[in-house]
Write a protein that binds this ligand. Structure first.
Ligand code: AMP
Length: 291
């Protein structure tokens, strides 16, 4: 595995790496867990693989946790190497945002819904950095996690709208045995919060079960989801929604394949989760079919 920290070294390493199938990119903010590893393993299985590690300041709001976002690059490099990654790019901020950098990429509407409503500017930061990384690395494939469902939908929209020559692959959420979705921010949870947090996934699964048993009325399903979320000790739900899996428009009537989205806080720690109705139990699935 090669580690590069500058754009010049990146170009040189990519020139050596590039083969007939191009490279696959896993864009991350580091502090790896098994969710990142599952993306890396898929990238490795598909061909030459690049991981970027960059805690992107533009996707954090002024009151958010950029400064205390967890970082451990020595451990990350070891994990990437064990996953079989060919190249890690750890850019300095000036590589990603040179002083004359002036372009912001915004996927309108989709970026204002749900998480975007509570984190203004967040998705613009994400699409801007992802567009920049796609330009720097020019991958043929890019891997994202279902855990950040809205993010994956926005990136797919951006890639389609700008006719970017990259295949977006979305992989299912990796969870702890308890059901808690793995997240770099889980380290911030206290012991009591960690005990309570799996109930977030359970609330989604219980609501999915209700839907599969025949309840299709969106308002009733969301009211039941709300009750479940509000019962979780120490949890302050922010939003809960039923949406179309492609354009994320809210839905009044639930259908198989729609997505339930939730977000909220345990203290200062913000967690998100989601569930594709009828699919939460498909453990063998590797790539999400979203189109
Ligand atoms: P991050 O480092 O948090 O920016 O995440 C990098 C990538 O890993 C994003 O595409 C995330 O959606 C994905 N990811 C994060 N957590 C998980 C998880 N629990 N399961 C699958 N993918 C994940």
């Amino acid at each position: 595995m090669r580690l590069v920290k500058s754009r010049r070294d990146l170009d040189q390493a990519l020139a050596h790496l590039d083969g007939p199938d191009g490279v696959g990119l896993v864009a991350t903010m580091g502090f790896f867990h098994a969710g990142h590893v599952s993306l890396m393993k898929q990238a490795v299985a598909d061909g030459k693989s690049v991981v970027s590690i960059f805690v992107n300041p533009r996707q954090f709001g002024p009151e958010e946790d950029f400064d205390r976002y967890p970082r451990d690059s020595a451990r990350d490099l070891q994990i990437a190497e064990e996953a079989g990654i060919d190249l890690v790019y750890m850019p300095p901020e000036a590589d990603v945002y040179p002083p004359d950098f002036a372009t912001l990429v915004t996927v309108s509407e989709l970026s204002d819904l749900y998480c975007g409503h509570y984190r203004p500017g967040h998705f613009q930061g994400v699409t801007t950095v992802v567009a920049r990384l796609l330009g720097l690395i020019k991958p043929r494939r890019a891997y994202f996690g279902q855990k950040d469902y809205q993010q994956s939908a926005i990136i797919r929209r951006m890639v389609a709208d700008l006719v970017l020559d990259v295949e977006v692959r979305v992989l299912p959420t990796v969870r702890e045995e308890s059901g808690l979705a793995l997240s770099s921010r889980n380290v911030f949870l206290t012991e009591a919060q960690r005990q309570a947090a799996p109930a977030l996934h359970q609330a989604l699964v219980d609501t999915e079960r209700e839907m599969l048993a025949g309840e299709r009325d969106g308002a009733r399903l969301l009211a039941a989801l709300e009750r479940r979320l509000k019962r979780i000790p120490g949890f302050k739900p922010q939003y809960w929604a039923l949406a179309d899996r492609r354009n994320l428009e809210p839905k009044g009537t639930a259908a198989i394949g729609d997505v339930l989205l939730v977000a909220g806080h345990f203290g200062e720690t913000r967690l998100i989760d989601n569930c594709l109705l009828g699919e939460s139990n498909q453990g063998a699935r590797t790539l999400l079919e979203l189109t």
